[in-house]
Design a protein around this ligand. Structure first.
Ligand SMILES: Nc1ncnc2c1ncn2[C@@H]1O[C@H](COP(=O)(O)OP(=O)(O)O)[C@@H](O)[C@H]1O
Ligand SMILES: [Mg+2]
Length: 360
């Protein structure tokens, strides 16, 4: 029997998507083969504390984990290659690979990935630059433009500019984009801080709301669209899954529609599109993945205009939701990769990339 891989599943985090991460983590762990992996659960609390949890995986999802966990230190110093308990620094827990399942700022944005680079430990998913560029909607849009990927009209606005010259910013948005438009924090996720503005008053409120989450905001023209998503998996030769469609239960796919209005938003897999259109979108998904130099995994989201089926890229999610109702694992299941095989593959890809970066 070969030795089991020591995997840290990293969950929680300081972002607005903390709860989503707990749900994703529980579902990932339930699909990890206990014969192959020794799993450590490390949770990051909303205030940023790192804790080792040794209880039942069900107690992650319901939040009970936090009270019974022990504080740890996860050093950037590569001579440790692991972590230790605050109360017992002499016993180091060695780690072979980390699987971060956290979303949003300080999780999916290259920060955790940077720590793991310093610590010299392989990790699942995109590296520092792909993570941070994908997380920042304004940056990602600039890259998509430079690679000729089709996208809707948008403007990038600094919160400070809006505070100092509100009328100027509003005029610019009204003349470039009109109503309705979408106002978003540049760095966020799970629709946190996003609103749809139908008029000037809502635009002002939307800019203030988005400004609670980020100093940089993105405003986009509304696209009357279907929402189509593609799961991509791989390092240098990424593969695209079949496509899925989201039918949101609310006016748009907001936070409640994504995670809580259980069963009311619908996922349709495979999406009902002509084969040629589906292939075009899958090619674009791979192009976007390569444009951001992704590795491991990402879910690439598109807006497809209802009448014309014209395709626009929306965003690339480098740590997509992994809850039991999430699109990423479901798309791979529909493409012939069962959930537990998907986890195996992601871990293999993490180890492969590490070897590629650190040739002997
Ligand atoms: N330009 C747009 N036109 C139409 N709907 C949009 C537009 N931008 C966002 N939406 C809606 O808002 C949702 C969340 O926006 P998105 O940019 O994907 O944010 P997040 O990164 O939080 O998922 C989308 O899934 C879609 O329902
Ligand atoms: Mg989205």
């Amino acid at each position: 029997m070969p030795e089991k891989l020591k995997v840290v599943v990293l969950f929680g985090g300081q972002s607005g998507e903390h709860e989503v991460s707990l749900m994703s983590c529980t579902s990932v762990v339930k699909n990890m083969d206990p014969d192959k992996y020794d799993i450590y659960f490390i949770g990051i609390t909303k205030s940023g504390k790192w804790l080792l949890f040794e209880g039942d995986v069900e107690d992650i999802q319901n939040g009970v984990w936090e009270a019974s966990s022990k504080p740890i230190v996860f050093p950037a110093d590569p001579s440790f290659k692991g972590f230790f308990l605050v109360d017992n620094p002499s016993q180091v827990y060695k780690v072979d690979v980390v699987f971060p399942i956290m979303h949003g700022p300080h999780a999916e944005d290259g920060t955790i990935q940077g720590l793991l680079e310093l610590a010299n430990i392989p990790y699942v998913g995109c590296d520092v630059v792909a993570s941070s560029v994908a997380m920042d909607k304004a940056m990602a849009k600039a890259v998509f433009d430079s690679f000729g990927l089709p996208q809707g009209k948008y403007l990038v606005v600094l919160r400070r500019e809006f505070e100092q010259r509100p009328q100027h910013i509003i005029d610019a948005i009204e003349s470039a984009l009109g109503y309705p438009c979408f106002v978003k924090p540049s760095n966020m996720g799970s629709s946190v801080g996003i609103t749809k503005a139908h008029n000037r008053q809502e635009l002002i409120e939307g800019l203030k709301e988005a400004g609670r989450y980020d100093r940089k905001l993105v405003v986009e023209a509304f696209i009357d669209c279907r929402e189509i998503e593609c799961a991509v998996l791989g390092n240098n030769d990424p593969q695209a899954s079949v496509l899925g469609e989201i039918i949101p239960c609310n006016e748009f796919y907001d936070y409640n529609a994504k995670y809580f209005d259980d069963g009311k938003s619908r996922l349709i897999i495979p999406a009902d599109l002509p084969e040629e259109k589906a292939n075009e979108i899958r090619q674009l998904a791979i192009k976007a993945y390569k444009a951001l130099d992704c590795s491991g995994m990402a879910r690439v989201d598109f807006f497809v205009e209802k009448d014309t089926l014209e395709v626009y890229i929306n965003e690339v999610n480098t740590i997509p939701g992994f809850t039991k109702i999430s699109m990423y694992p479901k798309l791979w299941e529909a493409t012939g990769v069962p959930y537990s095989k998907l986890i195996d593959r992601l871990i293999e890809l993490a180890l492969d990339r590490f070897k590629e970066k650190h040739p002997e």
